[in-house]
Design a protein around this ligand. Structure first.
Ligand SMILES: Nc1ncnc2c1ncn2[C@@H]1O[C@H](COP(=O)(O)OP(=O)(O)O)[C@@H](O)[C@H]1O
Ligand SMILES: Cc1ncc(COP(=O)(O)OP(=O)(O)O)c(N)n1
Length: 282
């Protein structure tokens, strides 16, 4: 595992998450910031929504005004600078449209230099919606063509392109269908492939497939796994790694985080990047 620890006094790479808050701290921008910190990256946020959430589910959420989401992106990009950015919960068409415009204005994604990871969060693992159903078109039409990488899970694949993956052999068909929507790279996550002995995610750039193999850890506590993976990839991109190496790093990172997950509350506990904090550095 690469160190990624910046030298003392040196400004670390800067990463931005455009995401919702999880009051339980397991997913959302809390997971993103925790992962950024554990990957030696300065984390910044554009908050899109505040969820009322714990280990058993999401009981509601309030959206931020779309112009405030856009203003947060502009504020950090024009002063601090952004080496890589990611999205999580975006909630609505209005917010997605504002995010696309703001990213366009500050050079995040598209043909611009700043890598842009789009995690198309649609629902929590308990099935609670985190995106209005009429916002799927905006996700597909406004954000995917700007993305360096999109990282759907299998439920999101079904919603976005209507492909139902029930076996590992279906992952490549899903990757092809999502790639048609315009992102540079697609990573199909296999965590929801019930019954599969391994978790082999598939990366695709329109011509070549790269398999990301990994064992399936026998645990119920996988809350925040998708956020942690996308944030670890974003961190590696902020450090300047190329896309394939960054995704390999993210896969190793999330596997370790799943192995170190812990129970919390009455429901599903979070994956944990805290193993990256080494006590002997204090
Ligand atoms: N039980 C598990 N053991 C090992 N890796 C897992 C497990 N569950 C999910 N993963 C990995 O965690 C990442 C997130 O996957 P997934 O659960 O499909 O996404 P999401 O959290 O967005 O629903 C993927 O790299 C996936 O392979
Ligand atoms: C505020 C918020 N954002 C995203 C999620 C979903 O996170 P994810 O990493 O996909 O994890 P699970 O929902 O699968 O645990 C969320 N729950 N809340």
């Amino acid at each position: 595992m690469a160190s990624l620890v910046p030298a003392p006094g040196v400004t670390p790479p800067r990463a931005l998450t455009i995401a919702g808050s999880d009051s339980g701290g397991g997913a959302g921008l809390q997971a993103d910031l925790r992962t950024f910190a554990c990957c030696g990256v300065h984390g910044m946020t554009a908050v899109t929504a505040v969820t009322v959430q714990n280990s058993v589910g999401v009981s509601g959420f309030t959206e931020m005004p779309a112009d405030v989401v856009a203003a947060q992106i502009r504020a950090v990009a024009t002063d601090i600078g952004v080496d890589a950015a990611k999205t999580g919960m975006l909630a609505s068409t209005e917010i997605i449209s504002a995010v696309a415009d703001a990213c366009d204005a500050v050079g995040i994604g598209g043909s611009d230099a700043t890598p842009f990871v789009v995690d198309p969060v649609a629902a929590s693992m308990h099935g609670d919606p985190l995106l209005h159903s009429d916002a799927l078109d905006a996700l597909r039409g406004l954000l995917f063509p700007r993305a360096t990488l999109v990282t759907p899970n299998l439920d999101e694949v079904r919603l976005l392109v209507g492909v139902d993956v029930t076996e590992p052999s279906g992952l490549r068909k899903a990757a092809r269908a999502v790639h048609e929507l315009g992102p540079r790279w697609v990573l199909i996550k296999a965590g929801h492939l019930a019954g599969a002995p391994d978790c082999v995610d598939v990366l695709y750039d329109g011509s070549e497939f790269v398999e990301l193999p990994g064992p399936r850890v026998d645990t119920a506590h996988t809350h925040g796994g998708g956020d942690t993976l996308a944030s670890a990839i974003t961190s590696a991109l902020a450090h300047g790694m190329d896309l394939v190496d960054a995704v390999r790093f993210g896969k190793r990172f999330v596997l370790r985080a799943v192995r170190e997950s812990y129970p919390l509350g009455a429901g599903v506990g979070p994956v944990s990047p805290l193993w990256r904090i080494s006590p002997e550095r204090v």
